[in-house]
Design a protein around this ligand. Structure first.
Ligand SMILES: Nc1ncnc2c1ncn2[C@@H]1O[C@H](COP(=O)(O)OP(=O)(O)O)[C@@H](O)[C@H]1O
Ligand SMILES: O=C(CO)[C@H](O)[C@H](O)COP(=O)(O)O
Length: 613
């Protein structure tokens, strides 16, 4: 059935950390006509494995794949219903596109069934989706990095010199070493970005974006079997057995919508389904910000920084550079901060006296809004604090998830709003560190474009403008990633020849929304210098106390080295406290030894159950 061009719409679906959001977008001009949101019922599984009562060790973060299908069932029909008010019917939809958090990855059987949905594996943590912020594979990442450095692997500089514990290989190695039965049963190790497209089309298409950034696919190949064998003999066949090469370019049609997916969503069967993509990368077209030098920071739970560049450069500590990783024909760069909104959310949940929550309730506002208003009423530097933004580890530029948070300068006069402001400032300093790493490596950042949920906080945005000394442009959409996915869907449906052409019509940006105030920037320069001192001291080897504290925590909780407690017998294990590296205050692994290969999954230790329950 052909849809009259003026009526044609596309649906973009953004699978975030806590919810999925669908938006119906007009192809002709990018107008957003209807939105639907569905919160994942299991949210982030970081304490108790559903249906088992099993307590997860520190730094784990899982998800339940049926929650993603529920987004298809609920958010898409809700968006369609909302768009009906603008005269849109399901028959007008010509394509659907999706984006996902990444690296969010799961083990599946040959037909795509998640292993956690097989009854015999339902009580096995390693059978579940490992969310991007699962940080329990740092030991594996450390070994990948050390071996790649020693062997001079050509792909390592493409990842800023360090592979993150968040990415595909570290997480897969953790499965092999902590639950070999699950590893053996894994037919494919699939990015959730591709799994959802598999559910929509009935076939597996591996997208070029996650394969490049999260799957170490560079210059047409993955890491060699020799490298993998040297890492762990049982890992030699990982690429051959459990990964496929990317076969889906961004914006390509992955297939047609199946009858089953049509029944879930209310969309017409057979319409174009776009190849999967990452939430950060789809957002650049949403702001029509795909030219070299336009850095887009997608600020929400975490922040991702994506930017096209004309040439290939090694940027120390970036997440990665991928040829065509954002749009075809350019090198797509990515960096990131693992905790941003999450850090503010954690402080709101754990660090604020009842009076603040009561005031928020009485005023019908969130605690964030109350703290923001109070924090805004002070001159820059008046709180006397400087903080490090590492409560969820450091993704760029240190690439170390054994690092943790610091708030320095607290006195008996320090108020919650002071700490809240210092935490916002710390994340802005982290962003400036990233921008300076790009510029220092000869990749100029010519425009800073912001998208995501945090754009609603005007104090935060002003602080970012002041700290970075740059005017901020803003992607003009409350659902920027979903809009970006819709733009990709329009390309997959054939409405535009390529993503930049679609972005030029459907993307939206507002320029100069926040401008730096010179007097503020001058004080922030001084605070940034203090931040950098702390950053380098704790993050580059001055003092490995953060590693030792995490190691001590694992030891006391009876968690095995390598980052997991699911193999734990209950007996505390020796850990980094006694290691040469830690004793010397050296940077690097907090979990130095290899994890116990071949350990059989068991219950976490009694100490862990008790401490975390
Ligand atoms: N007014 C606010 N100011 C700063 N942070 C906020 C505010 N409201 C919510 N947050 C934080 O924003 C994050 C959610 O951002 P959002 O962009 O909606 O989600 P996601 O990153 O999952 O797409 C949460 O971590 C929350 O703590
Ligand atoms: O690393 C990513 C992209 O490469 C993740 O998707 C991201 O950090 C999670 O995104 P959000 O904070 O928006 O939920």
């Amino acid at each position: 059935m052909t849809v009259e061009p003026g009526r044609a719409v596309v649906v973009g679906i953004d699978f975030g950390t806590l919810s999925g959001r669908a938006v119906v977008v007009r192809v002709a001009d990018g107008a957003e006509l209807g939105t639907g949101v569905h919160e994942y019922s299991h949210a982030v599984v970081d304490r108790i494995l559903p249906g088992t009562g099993q307590v997860l060790p520190p730094d784990w973060a899982l998800q339940v794949p049926s929650d993603y299908v529920d987004v298809l069932r609920h958010a898409v029909p809700a968006a369609l219903a909302a768009a009906a008010g603008a005269g849109v019917s399901a028959a007008d939809v010509i394509g659907v596109g999706t984006d996902f958090t990444a690296c969010t990855v799961l083990p599946v059987a040959t037909d795509g069934t998640p292993l956690c949905e097989l009854e015999r594996f339902a009580d096995r943590p390693h059978a579940y989706v490992k969310l991007w912020k699962h940080h329990a594979a740092q030991g594996q990442a450390d070994r990948i990095n050390e071996l790649a450095r020693v062997r001079g692997e050509s792909w390592l500089p493409r990842y800023g010199g360090l592979i993150s514990s968040e990415w595909e290989f570290a997480k897969a190695l953790q499965v092999l070493e902590e639950d070999p039965e699950i590893y053996a049963a894994t037919a494919q190790w699939v990015e959730a970005a591709d799994w959802i497209v598999w559910q929509l089309t009935g076939r597996y298409t591996r997208n070029a974006c996650t394969a490049g950034y999260k799957g170490i696919f560079q210059d047409g190949v993955y890491p060699s079997p020799e490298f993998l064998r040297a890492l762990a003999p049982g890992f030699a066949g990982f690429v051959e057995d459990k990964l496929v090469p990317p076969d889906g370019r961004l914006g390509d049609r992955a297939g047609g919508l199946t009858e089953q997916a049509a029944a879930w969503t209310g969309l017409p069967a057979g319409i174009a389904v776009c190849v999967g993509n990452v939430d950060a990368h789809v957002t650049a077209p949403a702001g029509n910000a795909v030219a070299p030098g336009q850095m887009v920071a997608i600020m929400g739970t975490s922040t991702c920084h994506v930017m096209n560049g004309e040439r290939l450069a090694d940027v120390p500590g970036m997440c990665g550079v991928v040829d065509g990783g954002i749009t075809a024909g350019l090198f797509g760069y990515e960096a990131g901060q693992s905790g941003v909104g999450d850090i503010f959310g954690h402080f709101v949940d754990t660090g604020v006296p009842a009076a603040y929550s009561e005031r928020a309730v009485a005023e019908g506002r969130s605690v964030h809004e109350v703290l923001t208003e109070l924090a805004a009423a002070q001159p820059v530097g008046a709180h006397g604090l400087v903080a490090l933004d590492w409560q969820s580890g450091n993704r760029s530029v240190l690439v170390d998830h054994e690092l943790s948070g610091v708030v320095l300068g607290q006195t008996l006069q320090t108020r919650p709003e002071d700490v809240y402001r210092a935490l916002i400032e710390a994340t802005a300093f982290g962003a400036r560190t990233i921008i300076e790493a790009f510029e220092g490596a000869g990749v100029p950042v010519e425009e800073l474009v912001i998208a995501g949920g945090l754009t609603k906080n005007a104090l935060l945005m002003q602080i970012y403008a002041d700290v970075t000394r740059r005017p901020l442009s803003v992607v003009d959409s409350a659902q920027a990633p979903a809009l970006g996915s819709a733009i990709h869907a329009a390309v997959a449906a054939g409405a535009y020849p390529d993503v930049p052409a679609a972005a030029a019509v459907m993307g939206r940006i507002r320029r100069g929304v926040f401008l730096p105030v010179a007097a503020n920037s001058a004080v922030y320069d001084r605070l940034f210098a203090e931040y950098t001192l702390l950053h380098d001291h704790f993050g580059r080897g001055g003092n490995a106390v953060m590693h030792r504290l995490k190691a001590l925590r694992r030891e006391v909780l009876g968690v095995t080295p390598g980052g997991s407690g699911v193999t734990g017998s209950g007996a505390p294990e020796a850990d980094a406290v006694g290691s040469d590296a830690a004793a010397a205050g050296a940077p690097g692994p907090g979990t130095p030894g290899p994890a116990e290969a071949g350990a059989v999954p068991a219950r976490p230790s009694a100490a862990l159950q008790e401490a975390l329950a």
